[in-house]
Design a protein around this ligand. Structure first.
Ligand code: AMP
Length: 368
């Protein structure tokens, strides 16, 4: 059975690596010759907007999934038509995940608390949004934003003007700045037959809008129940198949949804070594409507992202129990090129090791 993957990044690569033991084959599509998934699976090279290429992919696969959200929904719909392949996760979830305004509306409709926000399409809209939502806030592009790209923090009127200069011209969204206590994400899988499995909550630290560290399990059981309830509602709403992620800000014990990702997620990489079944394997099980694997944690895990610079392999591998994932990418400033993961028997031991590692590897963040 062949799974088509739109996008041949590290997520596609980890999907393929987790699918081979299940007897699956993979075919990825990516514009880059050196796409990380191309080192482990056959790659069709070309643009995500190339309907003929997408059709070729769909005809050669039983199911098509994606590791990258910014694929044209219209192109995908037309390529899938009559191909005989199924698309999973469903197209409406992809469309929602591409548009921050659609995301906010859906959070509100499903009773999932989110930040105060306003759509901004003109300078007048921005003035209105500043009055209604208040300062400070964040101006974000509605589409094509990820890892903090396409955003500007607005602390006062001159900053609002500068943000408009930089981002204006495309549809935007303005939302309140949340002085959060921490950030968390919840990841879970649903298969067509309705079975759902949810992972322990992840505690995430970002820097410059990019995820740097995830620790899981994280937070009080009450927060886990709350987040899992929100995720289940979202999964049911879409009659979803595959893995879905929701990111939240935590403030005073409350969850405020920030965004959803209809795919496996960077904050779930710890599940490869830290959970009974990884998010990648569960995504494949879910899109193929196979029984889901246990999402239970095997201990207290931490995942550290390597951004722009890969520490020396020997230095990493000489540490007992430290697992290295090198995505085979050329290092560039700001680029995610790998991660490492450790699993300890207690949260205190894990945090002590993480503190030491962060200092020794000079990855640019410290633990509070
Ligand atoms: P996003 O691309 O929306 O996930 O934003 C990336 C990161 O920027 C988030 O994980 C936060 O660390 C930060 N951020 C984004 N929006 C806000 C906000 N409204 N208030 C505070 N921090 C934010």
């Amino acid at each position: 059975m062949t799974v088509g993957v739109l996008g041949g990044g590290q997520l596609g690569r980890m999907l393929a690596l987790s699918g081979y033991p299940l007897g699956l084959s993979f075919l990825c599509l990516d514009p880059a010759v050196d796409a990380p998934a191309g080192q482990v699976a056959p790659l069709l090279r070309g643009a995500f907007t190339d309907t003929r290429l997408l059709r070729r992919l769909a005809r050669r696969c039983e199911v098509v999934t994606f590791d990258w959200e910014n694929v044209s929904v219209a192109t995908l719909r037309s390529a899938m038509r009559g191909s005989g392949a199924r698309l999973a996760p469903p197209l409406p979830a992809l469309a929602t995940g591409q548009d921050r305004v659609a995301e906010k509306r859906l959070f509100e409709r499903l009773g999932i608390p989110t930040t105060r926000w306003q759509a901004v399409d003109s300078r007048d809209d921005l003035e209105r949004a500043l009055r209604r939502v208040g300062l400070p806030g964040v101006l974000k592009t509605r589409r094509l934003g990820y890892d903090g790209k396409g955003q500007a923090v607005v602390r006062d009127a001159p900053a609002a003007a500068a943000a408009w200069e930089r981002l204006g011209g495309v549809p935007l969204l303005y939302e309140e700045w949340v002085p959060f206590d921490c950030e968390v994400s919840i990841i879970g899988a649903r298969r067509r037959s309705g079975e759902i499995a949810v992972y322990p909550l992840c505690g995430n630290i970002h820097s410059g809008g990019v995820l740097r560290l995830t620790r899981a399990p994280w937070g009080a059981p009450r927060l886990q129940r709350l987040a899992a309830g929100h995720l289940r509602r979202m999964l049911e709403h879409f009659r979803y198949s595959g893995v879905l992620t929701i990111e939240f800000f935590v403030r005073g014990g409350r969850l405020l949804a920030n965004e959803l990702a209809p795919r496996v997620h960077n904050s779930g990489h710890w599940t490869i070594e830290g959970a009974v079944t990884s998010q990648f394997e569960n995504h494949l099980r879910a899109i193929l409507d196979l029984p889901l694997g246990s999402t239970a944690a095997l201990g207290h895990a931490a995942m550290i992202n390597f951004i722009g610079h890969m520490p020396a392999r020997t230095a990493l591998l000489s540490r007992p129990g430290l697992h290295l994932h090198d995505y085979g990418k050329q290092p560039r400033p700001g680029r995610k090129i790998g991660h490492c993961c450790l699993v300890e028997t207690t949260a205190a031991r894990r945090d002590a090791r993480v503190r030491r590692l962060l200092a020794e590897l000079a990855v640019g963040i410290t633990l509070p």
